[in-house]
Design a protein around this ligand. Structure first.
Ligand SMILES: *Cc1c(COP(=O)(O)O)cnc(C)c1O
Length: 272
C-alpha cells in the first residue's frame, strides 16, 4: 500500500496520525501546534505541512544545537511556516519549552503533540489506513517506531488478519506494552512485533541494508527509506525466504513513506 505516494516530503502514515490531533486541537480552540523531533524528522515536516493546510501555526522543538546550515527537512518545515527552536540534547530529553518561545506565543493557544505523534488520537487516525479494499489480506505488515500506526492497524484489522510490525529500534522491548496502551482490552495483543531487523538501531544502517534497498528499487521501482520502510521490506523479503508465511498468504505491506529522510545520506548512496 503506497502511502508514500500521498506527498514527496510529507510521509504517508504521518498524515493519518496527525489528522485527529488537529481536529482535537481545533475543538479546543487552539491556534498553534507544538511538537518535538530531530533535524531529519518525518514527524516534524509532516506536522508543519498539516498545520499549514489546516490554517494553524506550528512550533518545532528541535533536538541539538542549530547547525550553520539547516537540514533539508528543517528547510521544508520552515517553508511550511513552522517556527523552529533548537534545544540541547539534555533540555530535549526533559521536553523543556524554551523561554524565548514564551515571548512569541501564548501558552493557552498551544496544543502539544508528543514526540513522534504517539497517542490514542494518532492511532485513531491511523486506523483509517485500512478499509473494505484491504479485507482480503491475511497479513498486514508495517514498520514500527512509536507503535501508534500499528495500534491503528490493529484497531481496524479483521479477526482473520495477522498484524505484524518490524521495529526500527534496537531492543525496544517496552514497545508491545506501549502499543497495548493505545488499544482497548479486546484488541490488546492482537499483533506481533519482530525485533530482529533494526540494523543497529534507530536511524542506523549497515551496507547490507543499503544494497538491499538499491536492489529492491532496481527490481520493483519502489523507493524505500533507510529508517523504516527499507528495514520493513528487507524483513518481509527475508521472512518469505525463510517460509515464515504459510502458502496462499496474501500480504499487505504498508509503505509508510519517509523518503525525505534519505536526504541525510551522502549523495550517491542510493540509486534513487
Ligand atoms: C514515523 C514513521 C513510522 C513509524 O510510525 P509509528 O506510528 O511511530 O510507529 C513508520 N514509517 C515511517 C516512514 C515513518 O515516518
Amino acid at each position: 500500500m503506497r502511502l508514500d505516494k500521498i506527498h514527496p516530503v510529507v510521509s504517508g502514515n504521518k498524515w493519518f496520525k496527525l489528522k485527529e490531533y488537529l481536529k482535537e486541537a481545533k475543538g479546543l480552540n487552539k491556534t498553534t501546534i507544538l511538537t518535538y523531533g530531530g533535524p531529519y524528522s518525518n514527524h516534524i515536516v509532516a506536522t508543519a505541512a498539516a498545520c499549514k493546510d489546516a490554517g494553524m501555526r506550528s512550533i518545532g522543538i528541535i533536538r541539538g544545537e542549530e547547525a550553520s546550515n539547516l537540514s533539508p527537512t528543517l528547510v521544508d518545515a520552515k517553508a511550511f511556516g513552522m517556527q523552529l527552536y533548537f534545544v540541547s540534547r539534555e533540555a530535549y530529553r526533559r521536553k523543556a519549552v524554551p523561554t524565548e518561545m514564551k515571548e512569541s506565543f501564548n501558552e493557552d493557544d498551544i496544543y502539544t503533540i508528543a514526540e513522534g505523534g504517539y497517542g490514542v488520537p494518532g492511532s485513531l487516525g491511523a486506523s483509517t489506513i485500512l478499509g473494505i479494499e484491504t479485507k482480503g489480506y491475511t497479513h498486514i505488515l508495517t514498520a514500527v517506531g512509536t507503535g501508534t500506526t500499528i495500534a491503528g492497524l490493529v484497531r481496524s484489522s479483521m479477526p482473520h488478519q495477522k498484524v505484524i510490525g518490524i521495529s526500527s529500534l534496537k531492543n525496544n522491548y517496552s514497545l508491545e506494552e506501549e502499543i497495548n496502551g493505545l488499544l482497548s482490552p479486546t484488541k490488546q495483543n492482537h499483533f506481533s512485533v519482530n525485533h530482529d531487523y533494526h540494523f543497529g538501531g534507530y536511524a542506523k544502517w549497515q551496507p547490507e541494508l543499503i544494497s538491499f534497498m538499491n536492489r529492491w528499487y532496481h527490481q520493483t521501482a519502489i523507493p524505500s527509506d533507510f529508517v523504516y520502510t527499507g528495514k520493513l521490506f528487507f524483513a518481509v523479503d527475508d521472512l518469505i525466504k525463510k517460509e515464515f508465511f504459510p502458502p496462499a498468504s496474501n500480504l499487505l505491506i504498508i509503505h509508510s513513506g519517509g523518503l525525505q529522510g534519505n536526504r541525510s545520506l551522502k549523495k550517491g548512496t542510493l540509486i534513487f
